[in-house]
Design a protein around this ligand. Sequence first.
Ligand code: HEC
Length: 113
Amino acid sequence: MKKIILSALVASVTLIAADSAAVYKSGLLLPANGAAIYKKNCALCHGEKGEKIAFEGSIAIAGMDKVKHAKELKDYRYGSINKYGYGAQMKGKLVDLSWDEIDAVAEYVQGLK
Ligand code: HEC
């Protein structure tokens, strides 16, 4: 019994080690930079300070609650919301972002005035 437990333990440690070698390339452990992501992926349509409306009828996103915003962005990413018929434009900017990056950008936008 002890032997089985021991070999299972060794196997799982080996798996974890192999996994981290594959996933954690240098640089990927840096925290998501909400400001940089916003400037690169959002500012063009929503303004440097979240002050612009993407088009007539939508809201200016500056100061938006980060929890509500992150949920909405994840929904756009999945294509499960399309408030005004232009959701595809949002999805295109979000598909390459991770959950952490989306949370970071939502936090950044909450701090904009
Ligand atoms: C190519 C222009 C464009 C870019 C870039 C863009 N958006 Fe949008 N955004 C839009 C459009 C158009 C809508 C309206 C979508 C719809 O029809 O639901 C929208 C809607 C939104 C909404 C909902 C606004 C409302 O009126 O309720 C939020 C929040 C938002 N965008 C945040 C972001 C964030 C954060 C980013 C960067 C990750 C981003 N957007 C990038 C064009 C853009």
